[in-house]
Ligand binder design. Structure first.
Ligand code: ADP
Ligand code: MG
Length: 406
């Protein structure tokens, strides 16, 4: 689903309050009755116009009307949740303008945004839980039970988890984007510039050393108790770093003399602990993924076998390496949350596998990626999110909101 910010600027403080009321009501009501929206919005300082706001929001597709036998009410849509998150990022000066869409994953949208100074950042919108139920029955049943399957809950969990991992990894000096903020189902992080996903890199100066570096990262993650779990050519960005005075015009691939390439890891919601019951399978799969890619793309085959899970397991926590797996689990993730998210991600990965099998022959061309690029070109101009005049009017409201979010 595309992020659509068309009417973001035109919503009044009252509209925002009513939208937030629908969000609040949906925490324990699948359909939020109109009377409840009215009550929550008024409690938060609104007076009149709740119904007018409801109709504005519905017209813009931010809430959807649901007619039921028992009572009528509204549900927050993906668009509504997007708006609330963008509003928060904008009020906190994390995001000032929205640019083009950089990528679409099956379960995420990646959008270029910028702060007030024009510094580019990446907004990742998690869209988990548009579930197609293809996995084994036990997982399917698990997700169907109560909240486990709700898109809003799952997408938020996914963003929270990715943000927590990003923060810890960054702290430990891993080459990952810098995390700036998380709101609801979205995170904002630094834009990795002058880089391409490994998938789009046709040649590197020294495949052996890049291979060693990537395997080194897998082993370093393991020391911190972690397995990436999706360590593939889409989630490894290759950045070209120039020595000293850089003329940052060259893209990766047009190697300039003296430039070095650095892998940067992205995409972390699915990371698992080295102590996960299927850890060995995940670890081996990550390693195999690198090997397969290097053989196909660069015709490089490592002379040494491994690395092996058993050896990596023996290094967990070694030399005082911080156990990031434990730290993140302890940072407000209940067992149930982890289980819910894992089930949803498993569902997503299974869907991906069955989709990919249809296009395995054209693995070497980058059709999908090119589609995305053409998508961005016609919307190069960034769009300011908020009128400054509106900014002050809703500052008070946002303070309340940030209190609530914590
Ligand atoms: P998904 O979970 O949908 O796979 P990713 O986090 O892997 O999402 O991002 C999808 C794509 O978006 C990546 O392959 C990469 O091309 C681009 N991307 C994501 N994050 C960044 C970033 N911080 N800087 C530059 N490009 C990014
Ligand atoms: Mg990815």
């Amino acid at each position: 689903m595309k992020l659509d910010t068309k009417s973001l600027r035109y919503l009044t403080p009252e509209d925002w309050r009513v939208l937030a009321a629908v969000e609040m009501g949906s925490k324990n009501h699948e359909i939020v009755p109109t009377s409840m929206i009215d009550k929550i919005a008024r409690l938060r300082g609104g007076s009149s116009g709740v119904h007018k706001s409801i109709s504005t929001l519905a017209k813009n597709g931010l809430i959807g009307r649901i007619k039921e036998a028992k009572y009528d009410g509204y549900r927050l849509t993906y668009g509504g949740l997007d708006y609330l998150a963008m509003h928060t990022h904008s009020q906190r000066d994390i995001v000032y303008s929205v640019g083009h869409r950089v990528g679409v994953g099956k379960e995420s949208d990646i959008v270029m945004v910028a702060d007030k100074t024009g510094q580019q950042r990446i907004l990742k919108i998690h869209r988990l839980g548009r579930i197609s139920f293809r996995t084994v029955k036990s997982n399917r049943d698990y997700l169907k039970r109560r909240q486990g399957g709700s898109w809003m809950y799952l997408s938020r969990l996914s963003a929270m988890r990715e943000y927590a991992f990003l923060e810890s990894l960054r702290e430990e000096g891993f080459p990952v984007p810098e995390p700036f903020a998380q709101s609801r189902h979205t995170i904002v992080m630094s834009f990795i510039d002058n880089a391409l996903p490994l998938r789009q890199v046709s040649a590197v100066p020294d495949p052996a050393s890049l291979y060693a570096e990537l395997i080194g990262l897998i082993l370093r993650l393991a020391r911190h108790g972690l397995i990436h779990g999706d360590f593939n050519e889409f989630n490894i960005m290759i950045q070209e770093q120039k020595p000293e005075d850089d003329d940052a015009q060259n893209g990766v691939g047009e190697s300039s003399p003296g430039a070095s390439i650095v892998p940067i890891l992205i995409d972390f919601p699915q990371m698992v602990s080295m102590e996960h019951k299927n850890a060995e399978m995940y670890f081996d799969r990550d390693v195999a993924c690198v090997k397969r890619f290097f053989e196909r793309r660069f015709h490089f085959i490592a002379t040494r076998p491994g690395p092996f899970f058993k050896d990596a397991l023996a290094t967990v926590g070694q030399d005082g390496a911080k156990r990031i797996d434990i730290a993140v689990e302890a940072s407000g993730f209940t067992k149930k949350m982890s289980k819910d998210l894992e089930a949803a991600i498993l569902e997503q990965q299974n869907t991906e596998i069955s989709d990919e099998s249809e296009s395995i022959e054209d693995d070497e061309d980058d059709e999908d990626d090119e589609d995305d690029e053409s998508d961005q070109n016609d919307s190069e101009v960034t769009e300011a999110l908020d009128d400054n005049s509106r900014r002050d009017a809703s500052a008070k409201e946002d303070k309340e909101e940030s209190k609530r979010e914590r």
